[in-house]
Ligand binder design. Sequence first.
Ligand code: GLV
Ligand code: MN
Length: 193
Amino acid sequence: SDSDPLQDFCVGDLKASPSINGFPCKSSVSASDFFFSGLGGPLNTSNANGVSVAPANVLTFPGLNTLGLSMNNVEFAPGGVNPPHSHPRATEAGIVIEGSVFVGFLTTNNTLFSKVIQAGEMFVVPRGLVHFQWNVGKVKARLITSFNSQLPGSAVLPSTLFGSNPTIPNAVLTKTFRTDDVTVNKLKSKFAV
Ligand code: GLV
Ligand code: MN
């Protein structure tokens, strides 16, 4: 859903400030600007969520600048969860490379559409909708995801709500979640950055 390019390519000059809608073009380019080796893994998934994401977006692969697409390698430990998040600038399509993954997204009416899918199977998440994945297998799982934006952005609900800087006032969060300060402080302590 990014704008259409006005030239064959425009490899991003990340050292320049993004004063246009994206990055200015690098003046001299070579073949290496159009290749990226960062999606092969394996990633370290020893963290609280049991998940790790390696992005190939305009910031890691500047050759994508102005081309309107990007990809991620997403790896899961057994039981790992990619927590509920949304991409403000892109629809997501993904394929399971290995393992067995519960994939779900929520509509703006709070309907959950979900399915367990296996290697070779694909899913789609409409632009901006909240979604998550959960490795329901006993072994590692791996997805390759793709986006129709060079920089889809990701609003990760738990860290957006409980790990912001500065933090959201407790008065807002206790009322929002119909709970007390103890619970909100506990959640904030888990997501503090
Ligand atoms: C998965 O949801 C991803 O954003 O890569
Ligand atoms: Mn996603």
